[in-house]
Each structure stands twice: as C-alpha cells, then as structure tokens.
Design a protein around this ligand. Structure first.
Ligand SMILES: Cc1cc2nc3c(=O)[nH]c(=O)nc-3n(C[C@H](O)[C@H](O)[C@H](O)COP(=O)(O)O)c2cc1C
Length: 129
C-alpha cells in the first residue's frame, strides 16, 4: 500500500527550538544540538490508525542514515498534550499529528563512540515460547 503518511517539520531557528523545548522539557539538549525534526502522522493518509507504525519506522531509518552521515540523534517521544501544543505552535493543519521529535546534531566526540551491545537472546522465541 505504501501510503507514506508522514510529514517532517524541521526546526533550526534558535527561538523556535527554545519554544519547542518549553513544550518538551525532556529534550533540554535540543537548542545545543541545533536541529529538531518533528515527525508527524498525516491522519488523512494513514491506514486503519497504523500511522504511528509508519512514522516510527521512518524515524528509525532517518536516524540510521543520519548516523551513517556522521550525525548524532536522539528520539524523543511526544505525549498527546505535547502533540496538540506543537501542532498549535507550528501552525500545522489539524490533520497533521506530531508523534515524535528527533534531535539532530554533530557529536562532539564521534570517533570515541562505540555502539552498545544489547542483544538479549531471552527475548527471541524460536518456534515455541
Ligand atoms: C518512545 C521513546 C521516547 C523517548 N523519549 C525521550 C525523551 O523525551 N528524552 C530523551 O532524552 N530520551 C528519550 N528517549 C530515549 C532515547 O531515544 C534513547 O533511546 C536513549 O537516550 C538511549 O540512547 P542510547 O541507546 O544511545 O543509550 C525515548 C525513547 C523512546 C523509545
């Protein structure tokens, strides 16, 4: 089906980033990072309420590509309340629903970064639970 029910609002202006940070206090590093990508569901395009799945997968892909290009990202969830506040702040149409905020920036010490090993074999169930 591939409806691609997403829109990305990219904020780089410092005054705007500060306002977004006020709505979302758990991303206090946003202004320092310099870019906030608000990932939104286009509720007119999504299929059967599954837009959150589409935009979450798109977010992961975006973050992997950003990493490959030498950037750092942090995914920040958005509550219902924050979603409404961001929609108003950014003058979005009512059909566009902010669902996540990807903070994007240049890592200070990219060469020292090593990915965490978090594979948990106990969470994998091969042919039986
Ligand atoms: C649904 C969801 C919401 C999140 N919200 C926030 C957030 O608001 N602020 C934040 O700093 N990290 C948030 N995180 C955590 C970061 O995305 C990231 O997973 C965490 O910092 C661990 O990073 P690491 O894997 O590099 O250690 C959230 C993660 C998820 C899955």
């Amino acid at each position: 089906m591939n409806r691609q029910p997403w829109e990305f609002y990219v904020a780089t202006e410092e005054s705007l980033l500060q306002k977004i940070q006020t709505i979302h206090p758990h991303c206090a590093f946003l202004t320092d990072a310099g870019t906030g990508i608000i990932v939104c569901i286009d509720t007119e395009k999504e299929y059967a309420g599954m837009g959150i799945i589409d935009v979450s997968l798109a977010s992961q892909n975006l973050m992997l590509e950003a990493y490959a290009l030498g950037y750092g990202t942090c995914y920040c969830g958005i509550s219902e309340e924050q979603s409404v506040a961001l929609q108003q702040l950014l003058s979005m149409p009512k059909t566009i629903k902010p669902s996540g905020l990807i903070v994007l920036g240049k890592p200070l010490n990219a060469t020292e970064h090593t990915p965490h090993e978090r594979f948990n074999p106990n969470a994998v169930h091969l042919n039986k639970w």
